[in-house]
Write a protein that binds this ligand. Structure first.
Ligand code: AHM
Ligand code: MG
Length: 340
């Protein structure tokens, strides 16, 4: 018999709901809906190779990116799970141009929470059996309860997040989340369909030896980023660092948080705001990183203090071990000074 003295995710969220004043258990129910949807997505991802659900869906999303069949499947699974259980009043997803308003059923209760989600991040990795993930970010609405949700409910700064997390569909499936009281990770036992607390109180090592960036874009990077990469590669003290880039933000972030490292998706000469989306990729990762003792910025400012202006807004992204992000910022400042 294996050792199953571990706490389940369900037990953990209920125990921790008292961290919130005046709790109604609504957030626990919302996390439970995310947990259920993630198991359903996990099932689809696991059988992707045999179920004719890999490949392009033949459509593009609002950002002009090819949608994979599994992107759409994962989007639908999360929307259904969240709306049927009436645990949110609005959802914004990478795969949907506009936010989705959730109407309560006849005697239903209208939740005060909204969710922003990337249902299947890194989905270009699906066809080649490489890890993908789901990223979510939860806020309290700011418009009055009972009224229709508004765009302003979604365009809140990252510092207003109530909870955030990700699921990594990797060699094992893990759900990692924070409610602002540290970061905890749960591993799915697929035979029981239950997540168990396997990584309590995860902390980012203060420094690390891994840098993760798509170096194929090197010539398009700003000078400060080029200089930082050269710093990572220099033979000195604990360097050169190791380069590791999966091309799945969730997996790259997860590895770096466990081992120590930095993930960078900078601006490029073609994309001045980089590639990653502020609201459902960068802010939730920033909340997790900071809660784990790491650091996250756009190269200059804290990610979570940026005032969003659009649902699918992009932002340059530097995230990881505290001293590594600080060092990268230093190189950027120095390069800017040289220009002036
Ligand atoms: P996606 O949301 O369309 O999957 O794009 C986000 C992904 C991240 O997971 C990953 O880190 C990055 O895009 C990789 O981009 P690139 O192929 O340009 O390096
Ligand atoms: Mg994504």
């Amino acid at each position: 018999m294996e050792d199953y003295n571990l706490q389940t995710l369900g037990e953990f969220t209920i125990e921790k709901q008292n961290d919130f004043k005046y709790t109604s258990g609504e957030l626990s129910r919302l996390l439970s809906a995310i947990k259920l949807a993630s198991k359903m997505v996990n099932r689809e991802v696991n059988k992707a190779g045999i179920a004719n659900i890999t490949g392009h869906a033949g459509k593009t999303n609002i950002q002009g990116e090819d949608q994979q069949k599994l992107d759409i499947l994962a989007h639908n699974i999360f929307i259904e799970a969240l709306s049927q259980r009436e645990v949110v009043c609005g959802i914004a997803s990478e795969e949907s141009d506009d936010f989705i308003e959730i109407q309560p059923s006849k005697n239903g209760h209208l939740s005060k929470y909204i969710v922003l989600i990337d249902p299947l991040d890194g989905s270009s990795n699906i066809d080649v059996n490489v890890s993908v993930g789901t990223i979510f970010s939860i806020y309290r609405r700011i418009s009055p309860p009972g009224s229709p949700v508004k765009i302003q409910d979604f365009l809140q700064k990252g510092i207003c997040q109530v909870a955030a997390g990700y699921v990594v569909y990797g060699s094992s499936t893990m759900l990692v989340y924070t409610t602002g009281h540290g970061v905890n990770g749960f591993t799915l036992d697929p035979s029981l369909g239950t997540y168990y607390l396997s990584h309590p109180n995860i902390t980012f090592p203060k420094t690390g030896k891994i840098y993760s960036i798509n170096e194929g874009n090197y010539i398009k990077f700003p000078q400060g980023v080029k200089d930082y990469i050269k710093h990572c590669q220099k033979e000195e003290e604990d360097r050169p660092y190791t380069s590791r880039y999966i091309g799945s933000l969730v997996s790259d972030f997860h590895r770096n948080m466990i081992k120590g490292g930095i993930y960078i998706y900078p601006s490029t000469s073609q994309s001045p705001n980089g590639k990653l989306r502020l609201l459902y990729e960068c802010n939730p990762m920033a909340f997790l990183a900071e809660q784990a003792g790491g650091k996250c910025s756009d190269g200059e400012k804290r990610i979570m203090e940026i005032t969003p202006s659009a649902l699918h807004q992009r932002v340059p992204f530097f995230c990881g071990s505290y001293s590594m992000v600080k060092k990268a910022e230093q190189f950027i400042r120095e390069a800017q000074r040289q220009i002036l």
